[in-house]
Write a protein that binds this ligand. Structure first.
Ligand code: ATP
Ligand code: MG
Length: 158
């Protein structure tokens, strides 16, 4: 379905903001423009839910979670950053594998099955986008994904 992504994204963020711990701050840097994508809303909700849950789960007291959206000619680029414990550079790709969890002892107490991001990658692949992570140990993690933008209707010239 054709979905205006910023309205959709803001709704998902709102839902988390209502229930989040008080010592975590949300900051949005999102465009006011309408940006249309062709997506399965339920599936994208699953992706965004998992990425935000992870950011919250691994955020320290007083941490800020930043939500950004930018575009280039053809795609929308979403990024969700936290100031959590991060991970070593050689694991940022593995976290998208099924059942992979960084440092089992560290994350066991935080719960989870290690499937969330593997499912997210399948969903984003099916939408012809990409999803990846950037991280610095001890500084935080950013998860980014892209979605193809629907071409804007041209006006005037044929
Ligand atoms: P599930 O999502 O199935 O409940 P999970 O959150 O452990 O379990 P994923 O969402 O797939 O699984 O994440 C895989 C692993 O990647 C996590 O266990 C964690 O080690 C690491 N990870 C994911 N996001 C972050 C983050 N924001 N900061 C630090 N580590 C992260
Ligand atoms: Mg998860």
């Amino acid at each position: 379905n054709r979905v205006e992504f910023m309205e959709f994204f803001n709704h998902v963020i709102d839902r988390f903001e209502m229930h989040k711990r008080e010592n975590i701050e949300f900051k949005r840097e999102l465009p006011d423009r309408k940006l249309y994508v062709w997506i399965d809303k339920d599936k994208l909700t699953q992706v965004v839910d998992n990425v935000i849950s992870n950011a919250i789960k691994y955020s320290p007291e007083g941490g800020t979670i930043r939500f950004k959206a930018t575009t280039n000619k053809k795609q929308l680029i979403i990024s969700i950053s936290d100031e959590g414990l991060g991970m070593p550079a050689n694991t940022v790709d593995k976290i998208f594998d099924r059942f992979y969890r960084v440092d089992k002892s560290r994350t066991r107490e935080l719960g989870g099955t290690g499937l969330g991001l593997a499912i997210a990658r399948e969903i984003i692949d099916a939408h012809h986008g990409k999803i990846w992570a950037e991280s610095q140990e001890g500084k935080g993690t950013t998860v980014l994904f892209t979605l193809p933008l629907m071409s804007q209707k041209r006006r005037g010239k044929k």
